[in-house]
Design a protein around this ligand. Structure first.
Ligand SMILES: [Zn+2]
Length: 477
């Protein structure tokens, strides 16, 4: 009985600048929050919460946050966790080299153990940047990812990279048959969905339309619907993709119009990037997304580096749920969602000048960015009934930000400073599912130094096996 009582004993975090991100956009200047088990039991002004709950908690479970900020954990809606060991293998190269000579050889030689280490390394960076939940964009070894996510204490929607057709794949890595693609994902769903105390969910993956037959698109649509899970797919990434769809699928205006035609646009589709919404059919394609309730993951750094400007302002104005992602380490190098918040705001302000000939500093204001990384992120991963805001009854996924450093003071506008000033280093502690997974900058569940060293070794071995040798850029002596 003692243990049961101990497990249910509340944790009280008080004296916090508490940003709830709830529907009423409540912010408590001096707020407190009570965690019992994996959920939020209560929140409100510190004085009231301490009066009502402090007699129930052990002294060490009443934590004074010293006016630090308390926010919902961030949701990163597009990450290639198994590409973390490939950081730096494809910098400053053209798209074809990037994919055919670097990424596909790398991914095709990867073992489940590599994927496990890669996800551990990626997860460490995600946690440092305040992420408590991420959507995997699709990798080869979901079981390796699941093992790492379980150990890290994170929450994730894991997805297999799925392709049943496509040119340029490495010799040892031909596309699978349509049935194998569906079958293997069904098995992964059975094995991992709702595991790790409910922190892991399994989604269906479609790498991109150029690597999917119509049969695969339709079967994925139906099986995901049947299992009530999501589909993660790269959509309208580059002009060539739209062109190929027009040529091979005999339809005007490319990917989005085609996906609409075959009924793939649904509220469980998470469309990554969506940069090249067709110009001639721009408003109609945006309407297709908003009517169907499709979610869009905007990855500003990767878009700037590889793809182009995504019409984020227009999508948000049309009521589309847009969230933020980092993409993978070879397309961005930094897996910090905090950096993406800053970039998303700047890029979409700058894009206005490029599109309309005049600047618009009001585009994508700070609150919109905060929504994108919290509640919109939660909606994008179909989990907003439990995460994405600090509300009574929701899961205790939250972060403690210390703003009292040179990066953020003097804090005249605390909300905007979270977007325009905050750095990853300002995030002190991270809780997921009621458990601290980082405290005072220390990752708690895995040994960060050990993972770093094992990952460096595994990455060298993997590149050697894949025959990837990078040219020296300067005069190495
Ligand atoms: Zn991606």
């Amino acid at each position: 009985m003692g243990n049961v009582k101990e497990a249910r004993s509340p944790l009280i975090l008080h004296n916090a600048f508490l940003v709830t991100m709830d529907p009423a956009a409540r912010v408590f200047r001096d707020g407190a929050l009570v965690v019992v088990g994996d959920r939020i039991q209560a929140l409100g002004p510190s004085a009231q919460i301490l009066r009502d709950f402090s007699h129930l908690a052990a002294a060490e479970s009443i934590v004074d946050l010293g006016s630090r900020f308390l926010l919902p954990g961030f949701v990163n809606t597009h990450v290639h966790s198994s590409q973390q060991l490939a950081r730096g293998i494809a910098d400053d190269v053209d798209l074809k080299t990037w994919l055919h000579e670097r990424i596909w050889p790398y991914e095709s030689r990867m073992t489940e153990e590599d994927s496990y280490l890669s996800t551990l390394l990626c997860g460490i960076e995600l946690i440092h940047s305040g992420v408590t939940c991420f959507a995997e964009a699709g990798g080869q070894h979901v079981s390796g990812m699941a093992r790492a996510v379980k150990e890290l204490g994170l929450r994730a929607c894991l997805t297999q990279s799925t392709m049943d057709t496509g040119d340029g794949l490495p010799e040892n890595w031909s596309a699978s048959s349509t049935d194998d693609c569906i079958q293997s994902q069904k098995e992964l769903y059975k094995k991992h969905h709702n595991t790790a105390d409910g922190r892991i969910r399994v989604w269906f993956g479609l790498r991109q339309i150029m690597n999917a037959t119509d049969q695969l698109l339709l079967k994925t649509r139906d099986v995901a619907e049947e299992l009530k899970t999501g589909i993660h797919m790269h959509v309208a990434e580059i002009p060539y993709e739209n062109q190929l769809v027009m040529n091979t699928r005999k339809i005007n205006h490319g990917t989005v119009t085609y996906l609409e035609k075959i009924g793939l646009l649904r509220s469980n589709l998470l469309a990554a990037h969506s940069v090249w919404i067709n110009e001639e059919e721009f408003l109609l394609q945006i309407e297709f997304f908003s009517k169907a309730g499709v979610k869009v993951s905007h990855c500003p750094a990767a878009a700037m580096r590889m793809l182009g400007f995504a019409p984020v302002k227009e999508m948000l104005e049309a009521g589309i749920c847009v969230s933020l992602g980092t993409d993978g380490a070879p397309s961005n190098n930094r897996m910090s969602i905090v950096d993406e918040m800053y970039l998303a705001s700047l890029i979409n302000k700058g894009r206005e000048a490029y599109m309309n000939g005049q600047t618009n500093p009001t585009a994508l204001p700070a609150v919109a960015i905060l929504e994108m990384v919290t509640i919109n992120g939660a909606k994008s991963v179909l989990w907003d009934n439990e995460i994405g805001s600090l509300e009574v009854g929701k899961k205790a996924d939250m972060i403690v930000v210390n703003p009292f450093s040179w990066t953020m003071v003097p804090l005249h506008d605390r909300i905007s400073s979270l977007v325009y000033c905050m750095r990853t280093e300002n995030i002190d502690s991270v809780m997921c599912n009621g458990q601290w997974i980082m405290k005072d900058h220390k990752i708690l569940n895995v040994n960060e130094e050990e993972v770093t060293s094992l990952a460096m070794q595994a990455s060298d071995d993997l590149l050697r096996r894949a025959g990837i040798y990078l040219p020296k850029r300067m005069n190495y002596l």
